[in-house]
Design a protein around this ligand. Structure first.
Ligand SMILES: [Fe+2]
Length: 309
């Protein structure tokens, strides 16, 4: 069973383009070998996005999870029990641990590592009716005090032609749990063992596998929208939002990355504790997608898989 999402990796045509997008998005860049860049949020001790220059159109490369020794042993045993082969790491600097393929052929890594808690960044106090926590202080942040940078990678979504098959694989082999679904096997949202965000990996139906989006947590709505202004200023393409999802409940704001994937800022996602008796529910597409969004329903290409020819 996995305990946390560590990073996702994409194969892309041009690293320079990727460097500008993710640093504008608000992440710190680390140069690896000449055909690789890695990015992490402030105060994080591991990479959260890895870009590999392939010279080809963008293609999802791999997903990496962390677990403890017991979780690692259980996944190793689950792979063996099903006769599933492990494969060598895809490049010399790649994480150690187990490398294997999911039913769509996506490369998956699991390695042993403590959960990265990062440093506790100060969060804004807010006043609500009858519940005032910011007393005798002006609340609007200033450009100097508002960093507007993502705190951590929270989740990602993959396209698949077979959502239930992937739910079963990531439940039975990887040890994740189903949190909610959208009717007609259109989508499924999974969390890790232990206490977890509502989803760290989700699947969206499409005729072929592919990368839909990666999502990063912000400290407030102000941070989300000030960060969005940074992307607008460099003419990155707004995709959808700001708004509030039904499934997972998080506020969202999506931008297109340079390769027609998406990066999302999120805030206030549902959190499910290890001892919760959470029952997954089936949502309608409309209610699951959003309660409200400043720009209305999702754009027509929100669910389009740009890895398909
Ligand atoms: Fe998301």
């Amino acid at each position: 069973m996995v305990l946390s999402l560590q990073h996702l990796a994409l194969g892309i045509p041009d690293l320079k383009v990727g460097a500008d997008f993710y640093t504008t998005f608000g992440m710190n860049m680390r140069e690896g070998r000449s055909d690789m860049l890695a990015f992490r949020c402030d105060n994080r001790s591991h990479d959260e996005v890895v870009l590999l220059e392939t010279g080809q159109r963008r293609k999802f490369h791999h997903i990496s999870f962390a677990t403890d020794m017991a979780g690692f042993a259980r996944i190793e045993a689950a792979l063996k029990a099903r006769g599933l082969e492990t494969v060598p790491p895809p490049y010399p600097e790649a994480e150690s641990g187990l490398w294997f393929h999911d039913p769509d052929g996506n490369l998956v890594n699991v390695h042993v590592r403590d959960k990265d808690k990062g440093a506790a960044e100060p969060l804004p106090e807010i006043n609500r009716p009858g519940l005032q926590s910011r007393l005798n202080a002006r609340g609007c942040p200033t450009p100097d005090t508002l960093k507007a940078r993502p705190r951590r990678l929270g989740h990602m979504i993959l396209f698949t032609p077979d959502v239930p098959r992937h739910v079963a694989f990531y439940r039975d082999v990887v040890g994740m749990q189903l949190s909610d679904r959208i009717v007609g096997d259109y989508a499924a949202f999974m969390r890790t063992q232990g206490s977890s965000d509502h989803h760290v990996l989700a699947f969206l139906n499409s005729p072929a596998p592919g990368f839909h989006h990666a999502s990063f947590e912000m400290g407030s709505i102000d941070e989300t929208e000030v960060a969005a202004r940074r992307l607008f200023a460099k003419e990155y393409r707004h995709a959808w939002g700001p708004g509030r999802h039904g499934v997972g409940s998080n506020y969202f704001h999506y931008f297109r990355d340079p390769w027609n994937g998406m990066a999302e800022y999120f805030f206030d996602i549902d959190y499910i504790t290890a001892d919760a008796t959470w029952q997954d529910e089936e949502w309608t597409k409309k209610d699951g997608m959003f309660l409200w969004s400043a720009d209305g329903p999702p754009p027509p290409d929100f669910g389009q898989n740009y890895e398909i020819d």
